[in-house]
Design a protein around this ligand. Structure first.
Ligand code: GDP
Length: 289
């Protein structure tokens, strides 16, 4: 069993921004040992006053859409703008394979080397609720450590999107321009969660096809229920490989935050998320017993 510093000591090191302390705190929170869970609760209680100040952004898309390329280059873009960036990954397949399908890949190389970034690879887990519970707590830990942009990545293939959408302020769906069938290719459930759709790989030979696809999405989005009465999701084109379209993306996310703050939905949404989280903790506790 790994030894951990006392919660007060660990909390102090996390708040001081020590990356190794943050990593240990996450390991503690993720541990299923009852004695660790007690320590984790104490740690989280100490850190609570330091949480809540980040922008929480969910990023989803099918494997191959370019998520890791995107997180790496957009993470660096954010750092150049003075942000501190944390990336958390949810990989639901890990419960099936017993390990991460993405784990072997060289992912987010630039970002992982930056001292303004913290990258947490996919945790393995037995159930989605477990992953979500720890991810939510990991978001709070990142905030306590001073990261003001927390990006939560999920593979766009399962239920994990809904779980992640319940933890974030902004939900970004990455898509590819298909060969004319892009609208059918959208998983309706996932698109309904989107605050913004970004068509990736808008570069090289793909440029015109992607731009045409981007024109098709707004009309399709029109038929879906927007995530908020105050916000209509739109579609933009980006290239994660060339870091293109990021000004547009950055300003859309900033505008969304400004609109949500102004109408009070920012805090009401977080309150609702807290309540849901509390109930899911209770449900998990009951299932554990
Ligand atoms: P993930 O499975 O969603 O994490 O996708 P990856 O980031 O691993 O990207 C899958 C492949 O698409 C890799 O070969 C990337 O180099 C490539 N790729 C990612 N983003 C872009 C892009 O903007 N343009 C082009 N042309 N290729 C990209």
């Amino acid at each position: 069993m790994a030894d951990f510093p006392l919660p007060a000591e660990l909390a102090q090191a996390v708040v001081a921004g020590e990356r190794s302390a943050l990593a240990r705190a996450m390991t503690l929170v993720e541990s299923t040992l009852p004695e660790h869970q007690l320590l984790a609760q104490e740690l989280l209680a100490l850190l609570m006053p330091h949480t809540g100040k980040s922008q929480r952004i969910g990023v989803t898309g099918v494997p191959g859409v370019g998520k890791s390329t995107f997180l790496d280059s957009y993470g660096m873009y954010l750092i150049e703008r003075g942000h501190r960036v944390a990336v958390l990954a949810i990989d639901p397949s890990s419960s099936i394979t017993g390990g991460s399908i993405l784990g072997d890949k060289a992912r987010m190389n630039d970002l992982a080397l930056s001292d303004q970034a913290f990258v947490r690879p996919s945790p393995s887990s037995n159930n989605l609720g477990g992953v979500a519970r720890r991810t939510r707590e990991n978001i709070l830990l990142c905030e306590a450590a001073g990261y003001d942009m927390v990006l939560i990545e999920t593979v766009g293939v399962g239920q994990s999107e809904t779980v992640v959408a319940d933890m974030v302020d902004f939900f970004l769906v990455l898509m590819l321009a298909g060969a004319g069938d892009e609208l059918q290719g959208i998983k309706k459930g996932i698109v309904e969660l989107a605050d913004l759709i970004a068509i990736n790989k808008t570069d090289g030979d793909n440029l015109n096809r992607a731009k045409a696809a981007a024109n098709d999405y707004p009309s399709a989005l029109h038929y879906l229920t927007p995530t908020s009465e105050k916000w209509r999701p739109s579609t933009i084109c980006i290239s994660a490989l060339e870091s293109a379209g990021y000004e547009d993306l950055y300003s859309q996310i900033a505008e969304h935050a400004a609109v949500m703050h102004a109408c009070g939905e920012w805090s009401s949404k977080r309150q609702q998320q807290n309540t849901k989280w509390m109930w899911s903790l209770i449900k998990n506790r009951l299932l554990d017993d």
